[in-house]
Design a protein around this ligand. Structure first.
Ligand SMILES: Cc1cc2nc3c(=O)[nH]c(=O)nc-3n(C[C@H](O)[C@H](O)[C@H](O)COP(=O)(O)O)c2cc1C
Length: 223
């Protein structure tokens, strides 16, 4: 019994490690739409994430409307040209322009993805530092952004790993939000601030190898 239980745990750990190690950002997808029940399973995993005082501030908004996607694309183009226009005459213009082109390329693919989801946080989140700020004890609600961003990251981790376990690929994207102005109003959202987007679908590419830091490089003990 004990051996069986331990073997199960070991197998679960191996598959967890494989899941983590095998996941890559996918930017090219097959033209197959993932089933809604499986997307709901990913969102259910995201919902299990820890959050400050169990406040659960993260929201997932699937953008299905072609009209809204077209409006986002139009806004992205407009923002891109606006930013390009604003750097004329600046120092290092060529280098900056190249960077802008790269981030534009790393934004455009989202419109070809079978599923595009905005990930946001509720505006009425009230963490410990906000309570103290409102009580006049703290000058600034300095933790709010950190707490919310950590919550988004943790929810996304559940979402993308569940996608991976179901044979799908994802890519978290924030670059488009630099170009797109007022994404919330384009999406018709009230009371939610969009923090990033995530694409989803069946992979149609094998990303090239990238280096990761090993555990020793990102871990230290202060004794
Ligand atoms: C917060 C965040 C923002 C990101 N923004 C973009 C983006 O705008 N466009 C993009 O193509 N990839 C984006 N990525 C994906 C990263 O480029 C990718 O995770 C990183 O290069 C490591 O590659 P991997 O995910 O394949 O392991 C983002 C990832 C994170 C976590």
């Amino acid at each position: 019994m004990w051996i069986e239980h331990n073997r199960e745990i070991t197998e679960a750990m191996i598959s967890f490690d494989q899941l983590i190690a095998g996941r890559r950002s996918i930017r090219k997808y097959k033209a197959i739409v993932p089933p809604e029940e499986q997307i709901m399973q990913m969102v259910a995993c995201a919902a299990m994430a820890p959050s400050p005082s169990n406040s659960q501030p993260v929201r997932f908004i699937k953008i299905q409307s072609k009209i809204i996607k077209a409006a986002l694309q139009e806004s992205l183009e407009a923002g891109y040209h606006k930013i390009l226009g604003s750097i004329e005459g600046e120092k290092n213009t060529k280098r900056l322009r190249n960077r802008i082109h790269v981030y534009k390329r790393y934004s455009d693919f989202i419109f070809a993805a079978p599923v595009l989801i905005a990930v946001g946080v509720v505006d009425d989140y009230s963490g410990f530092s906000k309570i103290l700020n409102q009580a006049g004890v703290l000058e600034k609600d300095f933790r709010a952004f950190i707490d919310l961003d950590i919550s988004v990251g943790l929810a996304l981790k559940g979402f993308i790993l569940k996608a991976e376990s179901l044979g799908m690929g994802t890519c978290i994207v924030s670059a488009p939000l630099v170009f797109i102005e007022h994404i919330e109003s384009i999406l018709g959202l009230t009371g939610i601030s969009v923090r990033c987007l995530v694409t989803l679908g069946y992979p149609d590419e094998i990303p090239s190898h990238i280096e990761r830091k090993n555990a020793k490089e990102i871990y230290q003990v202060i004794s």
